[in-house]
Design a protein around this ligand. Structure first.
Ligand code: C2E
Ligand code: CA
Ligand code: CA
Ligand code: CA
Length: 284
């Protein structure tokens, strides 16, 4: 930015500089990070709002960077999308998560099947190998397609044409669930929902935040109530994210939401943690 009065330029914001340098460093280190085994996955439980049982988990990727420590996905997923690494990285996440689902299944049949939710980036959606990779990963692990849910953001599907929807339709026909992630932030035409091969709406965290007060703002309640009733009339299940308090959970349950996810139940954690939670749950 120009300083007032002169032709002199102000010194750049040192923090912005540091961020740019880090971004550059991360972009350089990213392609080899997968081979070096620096990524790992945490799992956050998905809880049934009616009876509190653990039904599955969302896989959330992290990068254990040798210098910067653990980095959250917001720091590197955009870079991975930009560099194309998201395709092999996304495939790796899917493979690990599906193996994890098999492991949970084998270790506690009594708890009922745990389902696994995996995020798909828009670049993976347009990648021609998506359906085949997914089929191979499921078959390779001996996991039923019903145990998998792929999460696609609402914004990735806004205005989606048939070419983009075709692979998702194929996966849905096989029994894989498709969830519309961050729902309510993308201004999509609600009538449009009918043509999308989705079976789950994941209500964005902003709706959960508006349930902080008890009772919540009547207009917010009406909005969520409307979304839930529309979703259910289209045979879609509703999952809510970012549940941090019991009051939020209770209001969302009363509004008819089906499943919840958030710190109130558990933070994302290692796979053994989910195993324990589900086990406690099954044995009372
Ligand atoms: P998302 O799919 O909306 O995931 C939910 C995010 O909310 C996660 O952040 C989770 O840790 C956080 N969260 C869960 N419960 C609470 C809560 O009660 N309160 C608050 N404030 N936050 C909560 P995280 O792990 O940092 O992931 C951020 C985003 O990165 C994800 O948002 C998803 O879009 C993306 N992401 C994560 N893993 C992958 C991946 O394997 N592939 C792709 N393409 N994207 C991924
Ligand atoms: Ca998600
Ligand atoms: Ca299914
Ligand atoms: Ca989300």
């Amino acid at each position: 930015a120009k300083s007032a009065g002169g032709n002199r330029f102000e010194l750049a914001d040192p923090e912005a500089d540091a961020r740019a340098i880090t971004r550059h460093g991360l972009t350089t280190a990213l392609p080899t990070a997968l081979d070096r085994g620096e990524f790992f996955i945490e799992y956050q439980p998905l809880v049934h709002l009616g009876d509190g049982s653990v039904r599955g988990a969302e896989a959330l990727v992290r990068w254990l960077h040798p210098q910067h420590g653990v980095l959250g996905p917001d720091r590197f997923i955009p870079l991975a999308e930009h560099t194309g690494l998201i395709v092999p990285l996304g495939r790796w996440v899917l493979e690990q998560s599906v193996r994890q689902a098999r492991d949970w299944r084998d270790r506690h049949a009594e708890a009922g099947p745990l389902r696994i939710n995996v995020n798909l980036s828009p670049c993976q959606l347009t990648h021609p190998g998506l359906v085949q990779d997914t089929v191979e990963i499921l078959e390779g692990a001996g996991v039923d397609p019903d145990a998998l849910c792929l999460e696609v953001t609402e914004s990735a599907l806004i205005g989606a044409d048939d070419d983009l929807l075709k692979p998702l339709r194929r996966l849905a026909e096989m029994g894989v669930d498709i969830a519309l992630d961050d729902f309510g932030t993308g201004y999509s035409n609600l009538a449009n929902l009918r043509r999308l091969p989705v079976s789950v709406l994941k209500l964005d965290r902003s709706f959960t935040q508006s349930m902080q007060q008890f009772p919540a703002d009547p207009v917010d309640l009406k909005i969520v109530e409307g979304i839930v009733s529309l979703a259910h009339s289209l045979n879609l299940a509703v999952t809510v994210e970012g549940v941090e308090t019991g009051a939020q959970a209770e209001q969302l349950r009363i509004l008819g939401c089906d499943t919840a996810q958030g710190w109130y139940y558990a933070r994302p954690g290692p796979p053994e943690r989910l195993h324990e939670l589900a086990l406690v749950d099954a044995t009372g």
